[in-house]
Design a protein around this ligand. Sequence first.
Ligand SMILES: CC(C)(COP(=O)(O)OP(=O)(O)OC[C@H]1O[C@@H](n2cnc3c(N)ncnc32)[C@H](O)[C@@H]1OP(=O)(O)O)[C@@H](O)C(=O)NCCC(=O)NCCS
Length: 170
Amino acid sequence: MSLADPVPDADQPAARSATTPVLTTERFGGSGWREMVALRHRVLRAPLGLSFSDADLAAEAGQLHLALRLGDTLAGTVLLLPPDSDGSAKLRQMAIDPALTGRGFGTLLLRHAEAELRRIGAIEARLSARETATGFYARLGYVSEGPSFIEVTLPHRLMRRRLDPGPSPA
Ligand SMILES: CC(C)(COP(=O)(O)OP(=O)(O)OC[C@H]1O[C@@H](n2cnc3c(N)ncnc32)[C@H](O)[C@@H]1OP(=O)(O)O)[C@@H](O)C(=O)NCCC(=O)NCCS
């Protein structure tokens, strides 16, 4: 399946357009952002018996909130931090709705996030990958660095990928 294709069971023209993946940037504190927090809670915190604190969420004010939508359904989220002075920028809170994994949406969202990072001047993407997800990132060119460490109760690895240069300005 190509990443730009609609979900397989959408065979009517109206349904096809409603299920074509759309990438959006949500405003911190807005309704789209609140929906993203709910998905992140469901995928990344509730299974661990944890929740986001007010301080966790307030710290997201300066971050970019990217969403992947299928019609009215929020399918996935990722947050981007602005690049550091060395051009390395952090991705965090990558989550695809469990009902929609394995269809290429994670790849689509991550590649879109990398394009956004290039747009804001980053030359490298880095992330703390859950050990259970390192295979996903490795397939997409991320390289693990250093020992395993614990974050939000789970083993993680630092992973990095150099970002290809974008198209030259005309
Ligand atoms: C990890 C996650 C983002 C992947 O999203 P997805 O939409 O299922 O990924 P894709 O369908 O684009 O998969 C791309 C490839 O990676 C593989 N892959 C997906 N998840 C994987 C995993 N956890 N480990 C190893 N490989 C994985 C797929 O099989 C696919 O391989 P292929 O190209 O050979 O077919 C998603 O499963 C998720 O949200 N998981 C729970 C939360 C989580 O772990 N987030 C990451 C926190 S660091």
